[in-house]
Design a protein around this ligand. Structure first.
Ligand SMILES: [Fe+2]
Length: 199
């Protein structure tokens, strides 16, 4: 998808809504929910916990890097880590600030971190999530922990991660995408002077 800096906030939200409606209807990596239902559930959990708007948006958008239209990585060999967290964060950075994009970028690192620091955490992961963990580098090495903890958005990424892990319930009520439109619209930033699309 081309960089689309000039879109209005309403247009940005529409681009995302269309991706949820098309790519989001796909199965979510062997889980009993679609990709869109999974992400909407994660956002609903964030909202129920009283998270701020940026964090609710991060929960909602954390897996956009899995959407085929955004990822363009279907040509990688099977078993390759497609780094959906990086793809998604970069795509979202066209329109959203780091308080949204950084928890997205770090949500896989947060899984690797929690596996290393909470003995019971690995036990709650779904089989699909355990499978992808191995591709993603496995449990963090002790030498990596300090680097993750130094990330300003690490605590936010851990919160997104916990909602991500809990958002795989086939029977959970899922709010429609439209429920989150106003929240997303308010988070779309204007291009800074000098950035493409400014002025
Ligand atoms: Fe997820």
């Amino acid at each position: 998808m081309p960089m689309e800096h000039c879109l209005s906030p309403e247009d940005v939200v529409e681009v995302i809504a269309e991706a949820f409606a098309s790519d989001g209807a796909q199965e979510y990596l062997g889980e009993p929910v679609t990709q869109a239902a999974h992400m909407l559930q994660a956002a609903a959990l964030a909202e129920q916990e009283g998270a701020g708007a940026a964090l609710i948006a991060a929960a909602l958008l954390h897996d956009v890097g899995h959407f085929a239209e955004i990822a363009h990585r279907g040509d990688l060999p099977p078993g390759t880590d497609k780094k959906h967290q990086e793809t998604g964060a970069s795509w979202l950075a066209q329109w959203f600030g780091p308080e949204v994009t950084e928890p997205v970028r770090l949500h896989v690192a947060a899984k690797r971190y929690l596996c290393a620091t909470e003995p019971e955490y690995a036990g709650i992961l779904s089989p699909g999530s355990v499978h992808s963990l191995n591709r993603q580098g496995g449990t963090m090495e002790p030498s990596e922990l300090v680097g993750f903890e130094a990330e300003p958005h690490a605590p936010a990424a851990i919160r997104v991660r916990r909602w991500d892990d809990a958002a795989k319930e086939p029977d959970a009520p899922v709010p429609p995408f439209d429920h989150f439109r106003p929240l997303l619209r308010n988070l779309v930033r204007s291009p800074a002077p000098g950035e493409p699309g400014a002025g």
